[in-house]
Ligand binder design. Structure first.
Ligand code: ZN
Length: 190
């Protein structure tokens, strides 16, 4: 079944990716994870791209795991395993860094990042992954189109994101106190 995404792109590889994942990849990486372990893995994956970890929510009641814009991963109990977790991380990282206009969610760029994550964090040999994807007739973007971000930029981004968080919390506290004073003044006028 081909599905249409919000911008009308046909996601032709979607079912093929799911089938390949279930038949070929899951059996190599069966481990069950707790929600906390999933969070830890997601944090490591995003940090390796210089990104803050997304919010990880309990996705119970959902039929599958999902990456939800702007920045959330939902994980039903049965999806708390390395393969679905890395699948959703790949969506998130493509969304942040490697988005190609007009490309489907399970397009060639997604596949490339997904293979990279399975190799790095699932410790599966990249060569095996590549040949298994080729056998399943999956199209994978060349590695050269998805180069990892330079380490120096990744580090700087971390620093700036931390500073941004601190500034935001100062802003929040300032606003809270100001609002409280304004409310108090309004009451004293009445
Ligand atoms: Zn997907």
């Amino acid at each position: 079944m081909a599905s249409l995404t919000a911008n009308g792109v046909r996601d032709n590889q979607r079912q093929k990716v799911y089938d390949w994942e279930n038949k070929k990849i899951q059996p190599m990486l069966k481990k069950d994870l707790t929600l906390e372990e999933c969070r830890k893995l997601i944090t490591e994956v995003f940090a390796s791209y210089g990104l803050e970890p997304p919010e990880v929510k309990d996705g119970r009641g959902r039929r599958s795991a999902c990456w939800e814009r702007p920045y959330t991963i939902k994980l039903p109990t049965f999806a708390r395993k390395p393969v679905p977790v890395l699948h959703e991380c790949a969506h998130g990282i493509v969304d942040r860094y490697y988005k190609v206009r007009g490309e489907a969610p399970h397009g060639t760029t997604f596949l490339r990042i997904y293979l990279n994550l399975l190799a790095k964090f699932g410790k599966l040999p990249l060569r095996t992954l590549r040949s298994s994807a080729a056998e399943a007739h999956l199209n994978v973007a060349p590695a050269s189109t998805c180069l990892p971000p330079p380490a120096a930029l990744v580090r700087r981004m971390w620093e700036l994101q931390r500073a941004e968080r601190a500034a935001y919390s100062i802003w929040q506290n300032t606003k809270k106190e100001l609002d409280a004073i304004r409310a108090q003044l309004a009451r004293s006028k009445a």
